[in-house]
Design a protein around this ligand. Structure first.
Ligand code: PMP
Length: 405
């Protein structure tokens, strides 16, 4: 059994009072809060390690480089990558996907090639590919979703053909909470020799990810959604692909030598890490991993499932409320609409009670189109949330409905 009080005590921000009321933070799909160990790691870096990494010969530079590279090893072990060099530090999931679209796409796609994504992708996994449509003349093919918010897998199978050159798919939807059957998708795509990128931005803090077991070719995630800092993220890529891909950005660290006649690029992962990285963020990300592993994914999954089930049951008592996203396999996201009340009004009134939810299209406008709604209200849960907070959420929603009657 996990001790929620003990976990909460590790998050100083949870003691915040919002206009005199305790903060109820239910906007975890946007970003999670940070435990003291992650905050301390950032402070420790700037207090006693700050120095630029790699290339340095002095004491601090060696220390900072060692810690930064140790963090890469921690991430490699965390997702069970074969090689350290398969872990590339980026700014987040968005940059990771852009890196692949830009580098892999420009190098290997040609006019008429097809890339498969789905209706439930975050804009970060739509627009980078769309840009290649106009630049290279490739075609985006989109897997439709059902009324429950599940991928229609038979449609995916129909879209796959010899024209398909890439599949890029979200593991867990940030707007619907749907957990996609990515193992099945990867296997099917591989039967057509098509590489697959998994957008794990919403999965990495909820589910154990083993890239070898999944056999995904690329995996993208952000530090800030897994109790780590903002500004740091990861792209995992299989060595055989990364080695063939050209650099995404150019500058320091991504080269072996620069001559005006010819520049030789560095080996992976550095080939994709131009410029000074987010050193403190990279080091603190390893601390976030230690926080997650300290609790354990089994405990995390079972507690968060309990929270989601409790929340679903509670809000289902409100007849005016309709849940958007009712997939059988679902993670800690509860999106809903209430007839006659705009989600922004719901969010604003809940904020008066100290309850932080997110309202809007959640960077997934095609999902809103699919359900013919302008926006949803979204409560999303993390390991420090409590059932009492869900009770407060429900009470507050009921109050808003009364106000608008
Ligand atoms: N994909 C999904 C599913 C997301 O939820 C998000 C963030 N909301 C992203 C990608 C982009 O992540 P970031 O903004 O951290 O790059």
């Amino acid at each position: 059994m996990i001790n929620i009080q003990e976990i909460r005590s590790q998050f100083p921000i949870l003691k915040t009072l919002v206009r005199g009321k305790p903060l109820v933070y239910l906007d975890n799909a946007a970003t999670t809060q940070k435990p003291q160990s992650v905050i301390d790691s950032l402070v420790r870096y700037y207090t006693s390690l700050n120095s630029n990494v790699h290339r340095g010969v002095h004491y601090l530079s060696n220390l900072a480089s060692e810690e930064f590279e140790n963090s890469r090893k921690t991430i490699q072990r965390f997702i069970n990558a074969e090689k350290e060099s398969e872990i590339i530090f980026t700014r987040g999931a968005t940059e990771s996907i852009n890196l692949v679209a830009s580098s892999y796409g420009r190098a290997f796609f040609k006019k008429g090639d097809e890339v498969i994504i789905s209706t439930m992708e975050h804009h970060s996994n739509i627009v980078p590919w769309q840009m290649l449509e106009s630049e290279l003349g490739i075609k985006l093919k989109v897997i439709p979703i059902s009324d429950e918010g599940e991928l229609i897998i038979e449609e995916f199978e129909k879209l796959l053909s010899e024209k398909t050159k890439f599949v890029s798919i979200v593991y867990i939807s940030n707007s619907l909470g749907t957990i996609n059957p990515i193992k099945k998708i990867i296997k099917k795509a591989h039967s057509f020799a098509v590489p697959v990128l998994i957008d794990a931005a919403q999965a990495i803090h909820h589910k154990k990810i083993d890239v070898k077991e999944l056999d995904c070719d690329f995996l993208a995630f952000s530090g800030h959604k897994m109790y780590g800092p903002t500004g740091i993220g990861v792209l995992y890529g299989k060595k055989k692909f990364l080695e063939q891909m050209p650099p995404y950005q150019a500058g320091g660290d991504m080269i072996k030598s620069v001559r005006f006649e010819r520049t030789i690029f560095n080996d992976i992962p550095f080939k994709f890490e131009a410029g000074t990285p987010d050193i403190s963020g990279g080091i603190a990300l390893a601390e976030a991993i230690r926080f997650i592993e300290g609790i354990g994914y089994d405990e995390i999954e079972s507690y968060e499932t309990e929270l989601l089930e409790y929340a679903t049951e509670k809000v289902s008592e409100i007849p005016e409320l309709k849940i958007i996203g009712r997939a059988k396999e679902k993670s800690a996201v509860l999106s809903f609409v209430i007839d006659g009340i705009h989600p922004h009004d719901i969010g604003t009134f809940l904020d008066v009670d100290g309850i932080a939810i997110r309202t809007g299209h959640h960077c997934t406008e095609p999902i809103m189109q699919r359900f013919a709604i302008p926006a949803t209200s979204r409560a999303s849960f993390a390991i420090y949330n409590k059932k009492e907070e869900i009770d407060l959420l429900t009470q507050s929603i009921k109050k808003v409905i009364q106000l608008f009657k």
